[in-house]
Design a protein around this ligand. Structure first.
Ligand code: NAD
Length: 393
């Protein structure tokens, strides 16, 4: 795959690290950045043969099969439309749009241009996520009742994130886009998200947008997706998921506690991990950030999808659903009520109620709970199927 990268900032470098460092057969053939100096620096660092300060020239470059968008959120739409006009497959970083209206325009544009639109949601490709999802799909934890995802850190690294107009919001648009899509995968992508209740507030930073938020996303089958995000969390980047199913539980910790702990006096002052706030004392490095954050598996899926003429597992439709959920969350944060998720485009199951049957104790009683007590006694709590009375056996 011959690739163009639009942008030369933080995420563009993570993407290039995933593409170049592992000696993939895929190559970056051109890079665009607003300034020639930045484009050249990126090209030199990653041995990219062509660089330009013209977005159009980069997208239309002859040696490009697919374009990777690593630009600020306000630039995604313009860049995607340029790819559609040039008929180049496009892979866009998160969040897809600043709102669902923009995302829907992007989705319809790639569909009309008959190109693939990959949604670069890396956290839905981390090794722990992929294994968790496979376990859930095989039925290991039964029906998912509640899926919680948390991303908190001390705040982003570039000015435009903090400007509500350019980014589309604050911590929620930036981080909850990951959490919503993680929970949605665990609950089932075919199950419709129907309404959202959200608290959001600006607690610490002098900005208009929210720097903290918590939300509940209700799905049509009754499952709840929960997101917790912050731009004011101290101590690094906290990425954790918890899934509660009728037959099991999954907890993952992707970043701060990966089983790697290190103490240093700090003399070397080296890089520890993304958003780490300290480089001395006891630290929690991440072995291979690019892999742990999902970039390797993500690009593999994206390129295989293009080669095999299928949609990637994370695509523009998913990005649109996430934006629609976040629109409802922003509205709920102001009305303080459950707000519906408005989906002009829904490609999943039309109505999905919970299908779980109650476990029976015998013909006359449901089994509510069985437990072995410290004394060794086995206790059953049962419910009479006819009268509803709750009894002990
Ligand atoms: N885990 C992830 O998937 C992840 C992590 C970080 C950022 N992102 C996303 O990547 C995108 C870029 O974020 P970043 O962290 O790399 O930011 P950054 O500020 O480091 O880089 C942004 C890039 O966009 C360019 N840019 C900004 N405004 C522009 C304009 N008006 N015209 C042309 N170019 C412009 C900058 O020059 C730079 O090359 C955002 O959409 C962000 O949400 C994703």
């Amino acid at each position: 795959m011959k690739l163009a990268i639009l942008g030369s900032g933080f995420i563009a470098r993570f993407y290039a690290d995933a593409l170049v460092a592992q000696r993939r057969k895929d190559v970056i053939t051109t890079v665009y950045s607003r300034t020639t100096a930045n484009a050249k620096k990126f090209a030199d660092d990653y041995k990219v043969p062509h660089y330009t300060d013209s977005l159009k020239e980069c997208v239309e470059h002859n040696d490009v099969d697919a374009v990777i968008i690593a630009l600020s959120n306000d630039m995604h739409l313009e860049a995607i439309l340029a790819c559609c006009a040039a008929g180049k497959h496009v892979l866009c970083t998160k969040p897809l749009g600043r709102n669902a209206k923009e995302a829907l325009q992007m989705l319809r544009a790639v569909d009309k241009a008959n190109i693939k639109g990959g949604y670069l949601e890396d956290l839905c490709y981390s090794p722990k996520f992929l294994k968790s999802l496979a376990s859930i799909k095989s039925g290991s934890i039964g029906e998912v009742i509640w899926a919680k995802s948390r991303e908190t850190h001390p705040g982003p690294h570039s000015d435009w994130f903090w400007d509500k107009e350019k980014s589309g919001g604050g911590a929620m648009i930036d981080l909850a886009c990951h959490c919503v899509e993680i929970s949605r995968n665990f609950i089932g992508k075919n199950i419709k998200p129907v309404e959202v209740m959200c608290w959001a507030d600006t607690r610490v930073h002098p900005i208009e947008a929210e720097d903290n938020a918590i939300g509940l996303v209700k799905y049509e089958n009754g499952a709840i997706g929960q997101f917790e995000v912050s731009w004011t969390f101290r101590g690094g980047m906290d990425l954790r998921d918890e899934v509660m199913g009728t037959e099991g539980t999954i907890w993952t910790n992707n970043f701060l506690r990966t089983g790697f702990e290190m103490f240093t006096s700090g003399k070397a002052g080296s890089y520890i991990a993304e958003k780490a706030e300290s480089n001395s004392g006891w630290l929690f490095p991440v072995g291979d950030e690019v892999n742990e954050l999902g970039y390797n598996h993500m690009f593999t899926d994206m390129f295989e999808a293009i080669e095999n003429n299928r949609q990637p597992n994370e695509n523009f439709y998913d990005g649109y659903i996430v934006n629609a959920v976040l629109d409802a969350a922003y509205l709920s944060a102001t009305t303080k009520k459950w707000e519906p998720v408005n989906l002009e485009e829904w490609r999943g199951i039309l109505e999905k109620k919970s299908t779980k049957e109650m476990a029976s104790y015998d013909d006359d009683y449901y089994l509510i709970k069985e437990e072995v007590l410290p004394s060794g006694e086995k206790k059953f709590i049962v419910k009479n199927k006819k009268t509803g009375s709750i009894e002990k056996r």
